[in-house]
Design a binder for this molecule. Structure first.
Ligand SMILES: [Zn+2]
Length: 89
């Protein structure tokens, strides 16, 4: 029996996924979804890029306000929801 995540659920889990906070079985199911879902793959790539950027800035002792981080996150979420709903049309 296949138990696929919906894209929306994936997005909710992705921050934990990228930070390595997911339980192994949840991570496996997410990996499975990601292997076949282009919008989610793009989301991960975009998210990793923005994480790169924030960690680079952190090395330079620049403090990114939490508010900005949250805004980036919710922007990315809207993006993936738009992409995945367009795919269903
Ligand atoms: Zn997806």
């Amino acid at each position: 029996m296949r138990d696929f995540f919906k894209c929306q659920e994936c997005v909710d889990l992705l921050t934990d996924y990228l930070e390595g906070n997911l339980e192994a079985d949840v991570k496996d199911r997410l990996d499975e979804h990601l292997s076949g879902c282009a919008p989610c793959i793009n989301f991960v790539k975009t998210f990793e890029k923005s994480k790169d950027l924030t960690s680079r800035l952190r090395e330079q002792q620049v403090n990114i306000p939490r508010e900005v981080q949250e805004r980036v996150k919710s922007f990315l979420k809207e993006e993936i929801v738009t992409l995945s709903s367009e795919r269903l049309k």
